[in-house]
Design a protein around this ligand. Structure first.
Ligand code: ADP
Ligand code: MG
Length: 648
């Protein structure tokens, strides 16, 4: 029969410790197809090392290894993975099943890396387990099976991709004698069906069932006996998986990796939840903070816009009044407004006098702000009359005792739909006829009710209500926004000249709006940074958990590599795992963030949801998974199969 394996002067030296260990010294060995070889030797003699080299799990330090005619001694890791996948099936003393996968899923693993379609894979795994007497144990986890059963699962796994060569390292070492005999009988059965079997043992009596016994001592072959002749060629020799089929779909697809990672994440549910938490908090804070930040900014901006950005508000400068003069501020007088109106670029100048007074109607009264002003008031304040009319120029010149009232005052003095228009209200016992009711304006940002006001002609108020000629403010609207700063300076100069001192100050709404926008943008960046920091913290959590996971699952990685996974497959699996965690955290975080925003909105906080922050947060979470998952995944993929397998 054909020569399947040929070792020539193979040496393996381990240099990891302080002194180099020569595990194999000049081993030369030929094994033919269909043989049943036992390699025996004492513990530490080099048997397992020989097996890792035979099984392409490791490369020799020197020497030549011809596998089916090809020199694999200096094959790349991927090429070695391909040979393992196609030609070998491994059976280990400690079974080496993936603890989180069921019996059937364990048997399927080699076929995943060989790219076999899922259904075919399942059918074949079921058939193999049935043949090995485990048809009723398909869904059991390894720890729900006895040692003998686990070893039979691992034999089924070895046969999954064909198992042309079955390498068994102390397959009965951990079993009681009956289970051991069963396993041995199964291996003999495989041999009868044409598989090439190489079994490693330190028990001489086990070796007697082999056709050929090779004894190894101190890394060298010391005896090579043939007990039975090599079987004749059979019709149905098991073949290695066709290379074409294997390479057609070698990549374990992402869906498969996702399925595996879901299982791994479920197996460590509590830890997964804790990891998720970091990402969830990060994403939720991005979404909620930006929604609330945006909402606050928009609400303030719209209030500023409602006030008009082309306004200048002139007020007495409080800082210039010495204490003691108290409330009677006399720096601004009504004629200042007329003077300002003469300046270029001034559309109108609306003076206001105001004082808190008791207003009565019938037997009801209310404390409210009485405001003396001019007909341009609604335009200057962007506040329209709801019903009736506003104060007219004629009212001004005739000192008419008329009033326009705010909604709150109307509701208080004329409740339950009582007609207010045309009625008289008493201010300081002077009757004023209600000629209009202002539209509802709402509260200021400071919570002050703007509808709690009564408006009377400035002339009438000045003469009959306020006594002193004090003007609280003059609201100036400019014609050309772009020249607002020049106009501001001109007004200041004019008033300083009129008053012979600087006792007024001017607020520029355009400047306020600008300042506010800048400030709130800074605030948003600040909020965003906090959120970003929490995402990074979440990412470090992912990395931490992935590093732990890789360390914990080193042996699983070894098993996957032994069954043919390439470094790339392992990399994919662990990155997908990190991405699954972060994407899941992202989705939950978005839901949580939106809910927090919703609750805030329900509580009256202005909130503005936009797709931008949601996409940003999810994208960042995903990226976090990718970035922080990469390092652990790369560590996993760089493990040597032989080293990973021997980890405890
Ligand atoms: P056996 O399987 O026959 O018990 P091994 O092949 O496991 O023996 O080991 C042979 C020798 O090589 C032993 O001395 C062992 O300590 C050493 N050895 C095996 N693997 C390593 C390794 N990864 N690093 C260092 N020394 C090793
Ligand atoms: Mg060993």
């Amino acid at each position: 029969m054909a020569l399947l394996i040929s070792l020539k002067s193979i040496r393996k030296t381990f240099t990891s410790g302080e002194v180099p260990v020569h595990a194999l010294k000049d081993v030369s060995l030929d094994i033919e197809e269909g043989d049943f070889v036992a390699i025996i030797g004492q513990s530490g003699s080099g048997k397992s090392t020989l097996m890792t080299i035979l099984g392409c799990l490791d490369r020799p330090t020197s020497g030549q290894y011809l596998l089916d005619g090809e020199d694999v001694s200096d094959f790349s890791p991927d090429e070695l993975a391909e040979r393992r996948r196609r030609m070998f099936g491994f059976v280990f003393q400690s079974y080496n099943l993936v603890p989180t996968a069921s019996a059937e899923e364990n048997v399927e693993i080699p076929a995943i890396y060989a790219g076999m379609p899922a259904e075919e894979r399942r059918d074949r795994a079921e058939a193999l387990l049935e043949r090995l007497g485990l048809g009723d144990r398909l869904d059991h986890l390894p720890n729900q099976l006895s040692g003998g059963q686990q070893q039979r699962v691992s034999i089924a796994r070895a046969l999954m991709n064909g198992g042309q060569i079955i390498l068994a390292d102390e397959p009965t070492g951990a079993l009681d004698s009956k289970s051991g005999r069963d396993v041995l009988a199964t291996l003999r059965q495989m041999h009868a069906e044409g598989h090439t079997i190489i079994i490693i043992t330190h028990a001489p009596e086990l070796a007697e069932s082999a056709d050929r016994v090779i004894e190894i001592r101190d890394g060298q072959i010391v005896a090579d006996r043939r007990l039975r002749p090599l079987p004749k060629a059979r019709q149905t020799t098991p073949q290695a998986l066709a290379p074409a089929q294997a390479s057609a779909a070698v990549a374990a697809d992402v869906l498969e990796a996702m399925r595996m990672s879901m299982r791994a994440l479920r197996a460590n549910l509590f830890r997964t939840v804790l990891t998720l938490l970091g990402i969830v908090i990060g994403v939720a804070s991005v979404v909620a903070m930006l929604a609330i930040g945006n909402g606050a900014q928009q609400s303030v901006l719209s209030r500023i816009a409602a006030m008009g950005s082309d306004l200048l508000i002139v007020r007495p400068n409080m800082a210039n009044f010495r204490g003691g003069e108290g409330g009677s501020i006399v720096s601004l007088i009504p004629s200042d407004a007329d003077a300002i109106l003469e300046l270029p670029n001034v559309a109108f100048a609306v003076p206001e006098m105001s004082s808190t007074m008791t207003v009565r109607a019938g037997n009801r009264d209310t404390q409210t702000t009485v405001n003396g002003t001019v007909p341009q008031f609604p335009a200057a304040k962007s506040w329209e009359v709801g019903t009736g009319t506003f104060l007219s120029a004629a009212d001004m010149t005739s000192y008419a005792p008329v009033a326009v009232i705010g909604q709150t005052v109307a509701d208080t003095l004329f409740p339950e739909g009582e007609q207010a228009l045309g009625q008289y209200i008493l201010i300081k016992n002077i009757p004023f006829q209600v000629i209009g009711i202002m539209a509802r304006k709402g509260a200021t940002a400071g919570g002050q009710d703007q509808d709690d006001a009564v408006l009377v002609p400035l002339s009438t108020g000045n003469l009959r209500l306020f006594g002193a000629r004090n003007v609280r403010s003059i609201t100036v609207q400019v014609q050309d926004d772009s020249a607002i700063n020049v106009t501001q300076d001109q007004i200041q100069a004019l008033l300083d000249a009129r008053h012979k001192r600087q006792d007024t100050q001017i607020t520029n709404m355009a400047a306020i709006r600008e300042t506010f926008t800048e400030t709130s943008n800074v605030l948003k960046i600040f909020l965003g940074s906090i959120a970003a920091i929490s995402l990074i913290v979440g990412g470090i959590g992912v990395m931490n958990i992935m590093l732990v996971s890789v360390t914990e699952r080193t042996r699983e990685i070894g098993i996957r590599m032994a069954t043919g996974a390439r470094a790339r497959d392992i990399l994919t699996q662990f990155i997908v795992e990190a991405l699954v965690v972060s994407a899941l955290g992202g989705v939950i975080g978005i839901a949580l963030g939106l809910s927090i925003g919703g609750v805030a909105q329900a509580l009256g906080v202005p909130v503005s949801f936009a797709p931008g922050p949601v996409v940003l947060a999810f994208g960042s979470a995903f990226l976090t998974g990718l970035v922080f998952g990469y390092l652990p995944a790369r560590n996993a993929s760089r493990l040597q199969p032989a080293v990973a397998l021997s980890s405890t």
